[in-house]
Design a protein around this ligand. Structure first.
Ligand code: MN
Length: 293
């Protein structure tokens, strides 16, 4: 592999937020803002970024009620606050600061997503990312699956000169491997910089690659990027650098594109219109199981 610099294609400001239920105020970086095509970040289909927001205490947890998914995976990364999940495949879990929930809807689940009960009673700062990771046709009707990944399980690469660490959620960074199982090749890292930290990255040119600045500001290929911004890289090379002159956190995503037609509709991401109609038919026939509200 020839090492060549991968350059920045565009830097996106956070688009106007919208609410998902009453729990998640999110900025949809893709595919909704029209600045990227549906396939531009494939295998990542959607990124909802929940920038920092303060929630007052409440006895009734805020959330999103029971809804279906088919054909992909939802990956939720918590930075502040706690998220609880239940689904009709019998999986349930709570993730807190730094943890990741990786739910494979595949053939179909009903699920609900809430602020965790005890956290809700106190309220506080909330910040998270939800990704929809697409599945190739051959895995879209696989059985549902659930991975609850705690921060302490992540691979950890210490950056030189006390520069911070790269937490490897999925994939591999400098021989450090992440614990998440993915159906297609995916690299997902939380880069937690200390002031003065630097990191080099080399990812296959064909992999679609982007990052969001969760905390602080960083320089990517010497270009300053502000908090809450998304950086889309061109597929014109492999290598890029990041450095931080203050404490900063960056979520980096990179993956091998799934080169198949894509038909998204509501909570489903399939390959054809017929499969979308089939999904609604199966939902109406109760084939997604049952989940109490
Ligand atoms: Mn959902």
């Amino acid at each position: 592999m020839v090492n060549k610099q991968r350059t920045i294609e565009k830097i996106l400001e956070p688009p106007a937020p919208h609410w998902v239920g009453d729990a998640f105020r999110v900025h949809n970086f893709f595919p909704g803002n029209g600045l990227m095509t549906l396939q531009r970040m494939s295998p990542f289909f959607l990124m909802d970024y929940g920038a920092k927001i303060e929630f007052p205490a409440t006895e009734t947890p805020r959330g999103v009620g029971v809804h279906p998914h088919r054909g992909f995976e939802t990956v939720t990364i918590a930075y502040h606050g706690k998220v609880a999940h239940h689904d009709s495949a019998g999986h349930a879990g709570v993730i807190g600061e730094g943890d990741v929930q990786w739910m494979t809807a595949a053939s179909g689940v009903l699920h609900k997503e809430y602020h965790e009960k005890e956290w809700s009673k106190k309220g506080g700062m909330f910040q998270m990312v939800q990704l929809w990771v697409n599945l190739p046709a051959k895995f879209k009707m696989s059985p549902p699956k659930y991975q609850s990944l705690e921060r302490k399980q992540f691979g950890k690469y210490l950056l030189p000169n006390d520069g911070g660490e790269v937490e490897v959620i999925a994939g591999k960074y400098n021989e450090v491997v992440g614990p998440a199982f993915s159906f297609t090749p995916v690299e997902m890292y939380n880069i937690r910089f200390n002031s003065g930290g630097k990191a080099d990255f080399s990812l296959p040119q064909s992999y679609n690659t982007g990052c969001v600045i969760i905390e602080g500001t960083v320089k990517i290929n010497n270009q300053p990027i502000d908090t809450d911004h998304f950086v889309l890289f061109k597929n014109d090379g492999t290598n890029f650098t990041m450095e931080a002159s203050e404490n900063a956190i960056v979520l980096l995503l990179s993956g091998e594109p799934i080169n198949e037609p894509i038909v998204p509709y509501g909570p489903f991401v399939m390959n054809t219109k017929e499969e979308i109609m089939q999904a609604y038919d199966d939902l109406n026939k109760g084939k997604f199981g049952y989940l109490e509200d």
